[in-house]
Write a protein that binds this ligand. Structure first.
Ligand code: PGA
Length: 253
């Protein structure tokens, strides 16, 4: 059985006070209502991680994640946070290679490869993001584009390392736009990601890897997306800022 993961990406939203209040709502509702074996992750701004970790420590299936880490261990990298810093707050996961970071911070596949390796070496679970632009999809190149992202950032891993990575397929055209990939588009891509992983790491490894869908996932469209055989969860932006919506997505499994 693959792990079901519902991760919230708060992006650059909420003051510390607002973030703590949202996290405590999520934790309280999760305690009362979450009966399934879903792993929930709150990927908060770095500023919030320590305080939110104290709250999530009260429930077994809600965890904290960072939105990024440096590929360097420590040193003169103003503004960055290290894997050790993230771990020291109680974070257990880290988003790597979100399309907004690839676009606005020019993160390269090679840099992301180094971050994935460092995260794994330190014991953080990488939530590795991939996904194509609208232009790439319209040109019919989405499968090869995403496969290249996987090749250049993940194929250097051993099978043992790869099993610990969670993948998030996030078509850029569906992020924050209200346009969701159709269930067929999501399933097609998730299946092709799993096939690519199977050809590189073996079918047994590929079967164990959770592949999340991200891009305008909401309580209304989550049940259908999550019912697809190769969709193992979601990476949720906008809807993760509302405790009710976020929990309802997790409950739709
Ligand atoms: P969205 O964001 O749910 O607001 O589309 C998803 C993401 O960027 O991870």
């Amino acid at each position: 059985m693959r792990k079901k993961v519902i991760a919230g990406n708060w992006k650059m939203n909420l003051t510390l006070e607002e973030g703590v209040s949202l996290a405590s709502e999520v934790v309280n509702i999760a305690k009362d209502e979450l009966t399934s074996d879903v792993t929930m992750v709150l990927c908060t701004p770095a500023i919030h991680m320590a305080a939110v970790s104290k709250l999530t420590a009260e429930v077994a299936n809600v965890h904290v994640g960072a939105q990024n880490i440096s590929e360097h261990e420590s040193g003169a990298y103003t503004g960055d946070i290290s894997a050790d810093m993230a771990l020291s707050t109680g974070a257990e996961f880290v988003i790597i290679g979100h399309s907004e970071r690839r676009e606005y911070h020019f993160e390269t596949n090679a840099q992301l490869a180094a971050r994935v390796e460092l995260a794994l070496a330190k014991g953080l679970t990488p939530l590795f993001c991939c996904g194509e632009s609208l232009e790439t999809r319209e040109a019919g190149d989405h499968v090869s584009f995403v496969t290249k992202q996987l090749e250049e950032s993940l194929y250097q891993l051993s099978a043992e390392q790869m099993e610990k990575v969670v993948i998030a397929y996030e078509p850029i055209w569906a992020i924050g736009t209200g346009v969701t990939a159709s269930t067929e588009q999501a399933q097609e891509m998730h299946k092709s990601i799993r096939e690519a992983l199977a050809s590189k790491f073996g079918a047994e490894v590929a079967e164990k890897i959770s592949i999340l869908y991200g891009g305008s996932m909401k309580p209304g469209n989550a049940p259908e997306l999550l019912a697809q055989p190769d969709v193992d969860g979601g990476l949720i932006g906008g809807a993760s800022l509302k405790s009710r919506d976020f929990i309802d997505i997790a409950k739709s499994y």
